[in-house]
Write a protein that binds this ligand. Structure first.
Ligand code: CUA
Length: 465
């Protein structure tokens, strides 16, 4: 198509420029030509010719362009879906098997669809070698697809100026044959081992630091960044934004990671994203991932000591130690008993099945699926996977457990409370469809909430109680 357009352009450039030069020479002003001679005022044949021929040409160009544009814009139905999350200043990729990486693995000769979101500002997803680029607009899920046809290593870079770390917002792209690709993402899904051999906690922590994008702001070699460097951080004395000086003990590091913004180090902007849901809760016994991360931070510090090291891996944190460290008073909301959450009063094991089926049906029928995924993939709204029972950080600074009452409020009164990191775009149409005098028993609403709870490892227990 490009070649066709090119040669059409070459032909007309030569024709028009050639005629223009010819006319300039042929009809130039000379003494003999001072007096204008009479000429025809129009020529219908000529005018129709120079109107119809270009019309046909541009319609052909439009037809071809439209066809290929639609092809470029519509992912094939069998495309392999990879979630892309852009943040200042790193990339996170999520695969259907649950693997989360900062390298982009792509299967060779298979169409891949990218579902792309941004947690903060405008970024641009650009892989020059694959001839593809699309901006990622915060608050929207942008899609793009590609079928890599040549194995190799390429580079993904951000194509929108997005702040001081923009130029380092890069990620390796690895295109591999299908079986090798499967092995790569299977290995990435198991962060605890390398080729079957268990890894040291600090090595696991180093992987997590990459996955969570910590390195976008925290250097590990002492160089300056948007956040404090991790070199010699553990065990050192840090000055907080409120002027207090504290020691970077385990308890401090734990809180600084789980509650970004609360114990800010002086001189740094309040921009750290929250990883609570990925680090605590029943899916993460003994804070294994959190501790791995803190082991890693310790491994980077020559000041690290007993106080800054996590409890021995795979042993439950003693409540005494936690009380001493001051953690019990501000124990994460995540520690709340799951039993207190949910619609257990209305749902029994026998009644649960039809209610869940109704909820699942409504999830699609009411269009919830446009923004909320149920498999943990990013979307314009929070994913419903592991939403119920988990603490939600709101834009007004509050944190609330997503219990049944909270979910009900969020569904019926969109925009009043907004979960941090998501745009306030939920339509205000559900009250009239789910509650009010027309729906005295609020059965549909209960069904949706029961469905949301069934998708959570915290909510599911309560739903069947
Ligand atoms: Cu992200 Cu530039």
């Amino acid at each position: 198509m490009w070649g066709l357009f090119f040669w059409i352009s070459v032909f007309f450039t030569i024709l028009i420029t050639g005629l223009a030069i010819f006319f300039v020479v042929r009809y130039r002003s000379t003494v003999q030509h001072r007096q204008a001679s009479a000429s025809a005022d129009h020529n219908l044949t000529l005018e129709l010719t120079w109107t119809l021929i270009p019309l046909i040409i541009v319609m052909v160009i439009f037809g071809l362009g439209f066809k290929y544009y639609m092809n470029m814009d519509t992912p094939p139905a069998d495309a392999y879906n990879i979630g892309v999350q852009a943040q200042q200043w790193s990339w996170t990729f999520t695969y259907p098997n649950g693997a989360v990486t900062n390298k982009l693995f792509l299967p060779l000769n298979r169409p891949v669809k990218f579902s792309m979101t941004s947690t903060d500002v405008l970024h641009g997803f650009w892989i020059p070698n694959l001839s593809m680029q699309k901006d990622i607009v915060p608050g929207r899920v942008m899609t793009l697809w590609v079928k890599p046809t040549r194995a190799g290593r390429y580079v993904l870079q951000c194509a929108e100026y997005c702040g001081s770390g923009h130029s380092s917002m890069l990620a390796p792209v690895i295109v591999e044959p299908w079986t090798k690709f499967q092995a790569s993402i299977a290995a990435a899904a198991n962060i605890w081992a390398n080729q079957g051999r268990p890894l040291a906690m600090s090595a696991v922590g180093a992987r997590l630091a990459v996955m969570f994008g910590c390195e976008g702001c925290h250097s590990v070699n002492g160089s300056a960044g948007e956040g404090p460097t991790w070199k010699n951080l553990a065990g050192s004395k840090v000055t907080l934004a409120n002027g207090r000086v504290v020691k970077a003990t385990y308890a401090y590091l734990e809180q600084a990671i789980l509650y970004p913004g609360r114990k800010m180090v002086k001189g740094y902007p309040d921009i750290m994203p929250n990883h609570d849901a990925e680090l605590t809760g029943p899916a993460h016994p003994n804070h294994r991932k959190l501790n791995a991360l803190i082991w890693y931070i310790n491994s980077l510090s020559r000041l690290s000591n007993r106080a800054s090291e996590p409890p021995v891996p795979n042993q439950p944190t003693s409540t005494v130690a936690r009380a001493k460290s001051g953690l019990s008073r501000s124990a994460p909301p995540a520690e709340q008993r799951p039993g207190r959450v949910g619609v257990k009063a209305t749902v029994t094991a026998t009644k649960a099945a039809p209610l869940l089926a109704l909820g699942e049906k409504l999830y699609q029928a009411m269009g919830c699926d446009a923004c909320h995924t149920v498999n943990g993939q990013p979307g314009a709204g929070p994913t419903w996977k592991n939403l119920a029972g988990y603490p939600q950080h709101l834009t007004n600074g509050q944190t609330k457990i997503a219990d049944a009452a909270f979910l009900k409020y969020m569904i019926l009164h969109p925009g009043k409370l907004v979960v941090k990191g998501f745009p306030p775009i939920m339509p205000d149409i559900y009250y009239s469809r789910l509650a009010g005098p027309k729906h005295p028993r609020e059965k549909k609403l209960k069904a949706i909430i029961a469905y949301i709870e069934s998708l959570s490892d915290r909510g599911a227990k309560t739903a069947v109680k």
